[in-house]
Design a protein around this ligand. Structure first.
Ligand code: ADP
Ligand code: MG
Length: 729
């Protein structure tokens, strides 16, 4: 197909779309009955494993201790039988490489028996460890290709599951992916390590508060996922969407999102069918998706699960993205997870809700009812404040990507400046703590004495939200809003776990020293630590409008970093304090941290490179030819009229000619920029070049192309328009 044919056929196909599958029937089998049916859950294990084996697995899951190899064979065999009963023919170690995607290598259960037959086999050692040929996954220099060996190791804490596929169902085993030297090559390994660090430091605080028999403290995550759905025909008619996940061309539609009429509006039928189907598939996999609604932009939606333990939540989040893409296809649509598929229309983020706690002490970010409980809450809350202030740059770095750059800093997502929203009451509490109240009499006391006074009631109401804050306290958790829709939440979770562990460590060390001689000193010591934290780190607290110019000025005065783009943010990973932080808590070695920086910079350069080449190609072979055809039509008309002695108003022809000339110049400039790309320099220099030279040259080509879209005759325009993609369903 060429020219406008592709566009017209796409519209035709979309408007005559008929669902291919029967609507789901929820009256025969309720949604609840689906939940976890494809999960090798504790209940399944309990039913299928001998008691001692089950106990051994359970204690590994709960304590994070090493799995007893003698039980692995028994577990593997039970897992295989269960999977085969469910129709599985293959098993796969699933791992999470640094690209942020999900990778799996499938192996058949069948092994030749040497007598012309085959037997289904799955040994303990195959369950525990795999060896994918992983030389093509990015490693940032940790592994040379000749030593490409990478190992996957079963993560007992995240349940195995069955992924159904029309052409082969597989048993999937979540794993960590490490090099033969034991260095992390993936997103899961540091997440597991950071969870341990957090547990250790949080327990020290809990012990100071007199708790005994403390269960492991874990972090919890609930990730709200935003995404776009557009018809697949449009998707395939646009090489930019296909190659880069976002539109590199497209004038703003006459009607955009200005009416906000899409937000929480009725969900279109076809979209609803897709959502229901996706939810059912996720339910089978034990992913507790709960809410769904339209988002602000036309064609944009959101799905959020009930929060879970961070490691499991992260795996489930990856599954959610896989499933959204897959089920959308089934319904004739494409799910766009890019942070900014459409310029001028709201982008997509992933709000990561974070809390920490355990079964014995509950949610440690939940304000309590008693002064004692409140003191404990304030300690954990202050640790968050200190952590975010001290490592604001790191939090910005872990959400840096070419896609997310289009979102952060534009007035729709949180600004690139990290700050904390605490809400009025809680901010006031910290302000009071900051003042020295001991010199005053109780009567005129304006200071809140920690451990004596109760907190004012803090609103848990979702209405009291500051949408412009990148890191907001929402009653019993913090919501990190700067994460991109296409990103794994592992990176942000690793960072939050580790920086909070560091702050808890700091506070615990102070308090332990204070109570060493006199345990009754605890509350005075807490008051002192909290006051110091507010004095030193309180500047991160900001309850106002994060989009305002005034805040940008104010933030600068406060010395808060404003790392606008990926190239500004990723260098933070090489800062000595960041390297030391990850080393101290055994989350990432220096080499591992630096390798990550390298991989993310590489990814950035690759993304921009693909976008630049796609822009050149589309501009040359799709946009420019359409413009020239139109120019030809106008010129022919002009010539004919002149030969008849009539006048022809050449305004449109002149504008078109001007734009065609400009377009050619701009394409040439972009091509030149791509060619003179300074390969051989450091990856950071290369990334900086992409940011300084290539992106602006791309934007220039687009500007001219979008102007042409507004002038070229519609029947000649080859690309599906924003209006069509966002509104025709
Ligand atoms: P909103 O859009 O108002 O932020 P949603 O219901 O869309 O609310 O999403 C809130 C998310 O926060 C859900 O994923 C929810 O499970 C999660 N969440 C709720 N409580 C906690 C908690 N204590 N820790 C972590 N996540 C939580
Ligand atoms: Mg939400």
């Amino acid at each position: 197909m060429s020219g406008s044919t592709a566009r017209l056929q796409a519209i035709e196909a979309v408007t005559s779309y008929k669902p291919t599958s029967q609507p789901l029937n929820f009256s025969d089998v309720s949604l609840g009955e689906f939940f976890g049916t494809n999960v090798f859950s504790r209940a399944v294990m309990k039913a299928r494993l001998p008691k001692p084996v089950y106990q051994s697995v359970l204690s590994t899951m709960e304590s994070g201790s090493v799995l007893d190899p003698s039980v692995a064979d028994v577990v593997a065999s039970a897992m295989k039988d269960w999977a085969i009963e469910k129709g599985a023919t293959h098993y796969a170690h699933v791992f999470y490489p640094l690209t942020g995607s999900t990778a799996e290598k499938h192996d058949s259960f069948l092994t030749p028996d040497g007598q012309g037959g085959a037997v289904a086999e799955f040994a303990g050692k195959t369950l525990i460890q795999g060896e994918p040929d992983a030389s093509s996954f990015p490693n940032g220099g940790i592994r040379a290709t000749f030593e490409a060996r990478g190992y996957t190791a079963w993560d007992v804490t995240s349940p195995a599951y069955i992924l159904e596929n029309p052409n082969g169902t597989a048993l999937c085993i979540p794993t960590a992916f490490v090099s033969w030297t034991g260095e992390a090559l993936d997103k899961k390994t540091p997440l597991l390590r950071s969870t341990q660090a957090l547990n250790k430091e949080a327990q020290r605080i809990l012990r100071l508060f007199g708790h005994e028999d403390i269960e492991n403290v874990v972090s919890f995550a609930g990730a709200e996922q935003e995404y776009f759905l557009i018809d697949r025909h449009f998707y395939f008619s646009r090489p930019d969407l296909l190659a880069t996940g976002r539109t590199l061309f497209g004038a703003p539609p006459p009607k955009g999102q200005e009416f906000d009429d899409h937000y929480f509006g009725a969900i279109p039928e076809r979209v609803l069918a897709c959502m229901l189907d996706c939810e059912r598939e996720l339910f089978k996999l034990g992913v507790p998706v709960k809410t769904r609604h339209n988002e602000v932009a036309p064609g944009q939606y959101e799905v959020a699960p009930v929060f879970e333990q961070a490691n499991v939540a992260t795996d489930h989040q990856q599954l959610t993205m896989v499933m959204l893409r897959r089920v959308a296809e089934k319904h004739g649509m494409t799910c766009l997870l890019h942070e900014k598929p459409f310029a001028g229309v709201n982008g997509s983020g992933k709000h990561v809700n974070f809390s920490l706690g355990n079964a014995t002490q509950g949610n440690l970010l939940d304000p309590g009812d008693t002064p004692h409980a409140n003191a404990q809450f304030l300690v954990f809350c202050a640790a968050m404040v200190r952590a975010v202030h001290k490592y604001a740059g790191l939090l910005r770095a872990v959400v840096a990507s070419a896609g997310n750059d289009h979102r952060l800093g534009a007035n729709e997502a949180p600004p690139a400046i990290l700050s904390i929203f605490l809400g009025e009451q809680l901010a006031d509490v910290f302000a009071q703590i900051a003042k020295d109240g001991f010199s005053r009499t109780a009567k005129e006391r304006v200071t809140l004495v920690v451990g004596v006074d109760t907190l004012p009631e803090l609103p848990k109401d979702a209405g009291d939200r500051n949408r412009t804050s990148p890191f907001a306290f929402t009653g019993n958790r913090f919501e990190f809003r700067a994460v991109g829709s296409n990103q794994s939440i592992a990176g942000p979770m690793v960072a939050i776990n580790t920086i909070v562990a560091e702050s808890l460590d700091y506070i615990a060390t102070e308090l332990e020293a204070a109570v060493a001689h006199d345990p009754s000193e605890l509350h005075t010591a807490i008051q002192k630590v909290l006051r110091e934290i507010v004095a030193e780190h309180g500047s991160i607290i900001f309850n106002g409008d994060g989009y305002s110019a005034a805040w940008h000025e104010e933030a600068e005065k406060r010395g808060l970093p404003n790392l606008r783009a990926t190239v500004d943010a990723l260098p933070v990973l090489a800062n000595e304090d960041v390297i030391a932080l990850f080393e101290k808590y055994d989350v990432l070695s220096r080499r591992e941290t630096l390798s990550r920086q390298e991989v993310y910079l590489e990814q950035y350069c690759l993304s921009v490179g693909v976008e630049a080449r796609t822009t050149v190609e589309m501009a040359k072979t799709i946009v420019l030819p359409a413009a020239i055809r139109y120019q030809g039509e106008l010129a022919a008309t002009c010539a004919s009229l002149k030969s008849l002695g009539s006048v022809f108003d050449t305004t449109v022809l002149d504008t078109t000619t001007g734009l065609v000339t400009e377009m050619q110049g701009r394409i040439a400039a972009l091509e030149a920029a791509t060619v003179s790309d300074p390969f051989g320099e450091t990856t950071l220099q290369h990334a900086q070049y992409c940011y300084d030279e290539i992106l602006p040259a791309m934007a220039a080509v687009r500007e001219t192309a979008d102007a042409l879209e507004g002038i070229v005759a519609d029947d000649l325009w080859p690309l599906a328009t924003y209006q069509e993609m966002l509104f025709i369903k």
